[in-house]
Ligand binder design. Structure first.
Ligand SMILES: Nc1nc2c(ncn2[C@@H]2O[C@H](COP(=O)(O)OP(=O)(O)O)[C@@H](O)[C@H]2O)c(=O)[nH]1
Ligand SMILES: [Mg+2]
Length: 487
């Protein structure tokens, strides 16, 4: 069967050979480069790819990349290499694009902007989300080869090879055409570590925190970052009492299997149980390593309440815990946060960071923010959704990032209050000088497609609303394209 397919796929690539081959999930592969003549599809498969389709793919992908500050400044080719999933509604296709630069002495900025885009039917886009890890490796490798092989004929071979590899990969999958991406997020930790309260806090269900009883077994809830999203996100709050812990460790194949993201909570005020908590952490890691699961992990050092922040003892505990966690987790991507239900922002920051790990477009988003920051002389930018979840952030320095994190929630509340009482004529709130007279924070509502998002800008120089207004349409337009594929 595979053989027939191999023969067929070269001749009639864009046709839908129903049931013939799973490899047909891949509809096109396009290498686009921006040279003297502008963006163009340089090498592509299928060879009879419609000319206007090829151009559309080249234009859209390259234009998302071109504004990149690194490229414009000619600093080098290091800074640019990221992936994104893009919709091409006119073609009814979805593309997984790798953005990179090809060193070229003669070119402006000493590099050519380039993209490799793999395309599939839009209804199959789950394929990209589910297989991101492997697809990245295949495409990344091809890009590296293209960077060092300048001949057109050499590049043709490289593109042929990557297509072959993608076909083979798709063929080996059991079900490349599955329709919905299922995301599983685990909340783990000892009982009373603050897992349930964390979720109540995120959802602003404060009265529930007071009422809350220990979680029995597993409690599942759903997360919707956007009304329409490609993924179903389930959050599993694993009851922390001993009997429940034992159950999920024993039945690890049910509970700890196929995890996309894990939160682990440690109560830093409960000094007596820190060792027990760390032991549980080690046991869970050991179990998921055995299952060959390596999700990103967010550790929340919980109950780090505002009134005990200065305490020396707490500080010492934090250090001990952080060290122990790092020591045990070299195989994982781990980030540690200090959280408290009395500091809403601390919850949002940890939670948003975790969610952002699930978005294949996170680098693409960040680069759009970086570019907008440059155009508007902003030190830092945050992009929030209606629920106050941070979709993406960019800051030039740690300090500006910090100022922001502290002010963002206040602005959002202020904004909503003003709006409610119809006191706001424009969709803007501008602060008076922060730090010095010229530094200002702007909070603005923007519309991206059908969504209301909030933008927080920390301005470096003088306030120039016009400049922001002038650059907003472009920024929003780019975001529309990538927000449908955010998660
Ligand atoms: N001081 C303080 N108490 C908290 C915090 N988070 C949770 N708690 C309290 O800790 C107890 C256990 O919280 P819960 O969310 O049920 O923990 P779980 O068993 O991990 O789900 C409850 O009495 C909460 O009110 C926090 O950030 N600070
Ligand atoms: Mg609970």
């Amino acid at each position: 069967m595979t053989k027939t397919k191999k023969k067929n796929k070269k001749e009639k690539p864009l046709e839908n050979e129903t049931g013939e081959s799973k490899s047909n999930i891949i509809k096109a592969v396009v290498l686009s480069i921006f040279d003297e003549n502008g963006p163009a599809p340089k090498i592509y498969w299928p060879h009879d790819l419609d000319e206007s389709a090829g151009l559309l793919i080249a234009m859209k992908t390259i234009s998302l990349l071109m504004g990149d500050a690194t490229y414009q400044n000619g600093i080098g080719t290091e800074g640019v290499n990221y992936f994104g999933i893009l919709p091409f509604p006119d073609l009814k296709l979805n593309g997984l694009t790798y953005f990179f630069l090809i060193p070229e002495v003669k070119a402006r900025g000493k590099a050519l902007a380039a993209t490799i885009t793999v395309l599939i039917d839009e209804e199959n886009k789950v394929f990209f989300y589910e297989n991101m890890k492997y697809l990245r490796i295949i495409i990344d490798k091809a890009a590296t080869q293209i960077q060092s092989n300048k001949q057109h004929s050499e590049r043709e071979i490289i593109l042929d090879e990557i297509r072959e590899e993608l076909f083979e990969f798709a063929n080996e999958l059991k079900d490349p055409f599955s329709t919905r991406r299922q995301i599983k997020i685990l909340l783990t930790g000892l009982d009373r570590a603050g897992k349930s309260s964390f979720m109540y806090g995120i959802r602003r269900k404060y009265s529930e925190i007071i009422k809350s009883m220990p979680t029995k077994g597993v409690e599942r809830s759903e997360e919707n970052i956007f009304e329409e999203q490609n993924s179903q996100i389930s959050i599993w709050d694993l009851g922390g009492q001993k009997k429940y812990r034992e159950r999920y460790l024993e039945q690890s194949k049910v509970y700890l299997y196929n995890i996309d993201l894990m939160f682990f909570f440690i109560d830093i005020q409960d000094v007596e149980r820190i060792d027990e908590a760390l032991n549980l952490f080690r046991t869970i890691l050991k179990t998921i390593i055995e299952l060959d699961e390596f999700p990103p992990i967010v550790v929340c050092l919980s109950k780090f309440d505002p009134d005990i922040k200065g305490s020396k003892e707490i500080f010492k505990n934090l250090e001990i815990i952080a060290d122990a966690i790092q020591e045990n987790s070299d195989k994982f991507f781990i980030k540690i946060f200090q959280t408290s239900i009395f500091d809403h922002w601390s919850l949002i920051t940890a939670y948003s960071f975790g969610l952002s790990q699930l978005s294949p477009n996170r680098e693409l988003f960040r680069n759009q923010l970086k570019r907008f920051a440059k155009k508007t002389n902003s030190q830092a930018i945050l992009l929030l959704n209606e629920n106050g979840i941070i979709l993406s952030n960019f800051s030039k320095t740690d300090v500006s990032g910090r100022v922001f994190e502290i002010s963002a929630p206040h602005f959002q509340t202020l904004y909503k209050t003003f709006k409610e009482f119809k006191l706001l004529e424009q969709d803007f709130i501008v602060s008076s000088g922060f730090i010095n007279k010229t530094n200002k924070v702007i909070f603005k509502k923007i519309t991206v497609g059908k969504y209301n998002l909030y933008l927080l800008l920390f301005l470096e120089k003088s306030l120039d609303i016009e400049k922001i207004e002038k650059n907003l349409p472009d920024f929003s337009k780019n975001l529309v394209d990538i927000i449908h594929t955010y998660i």
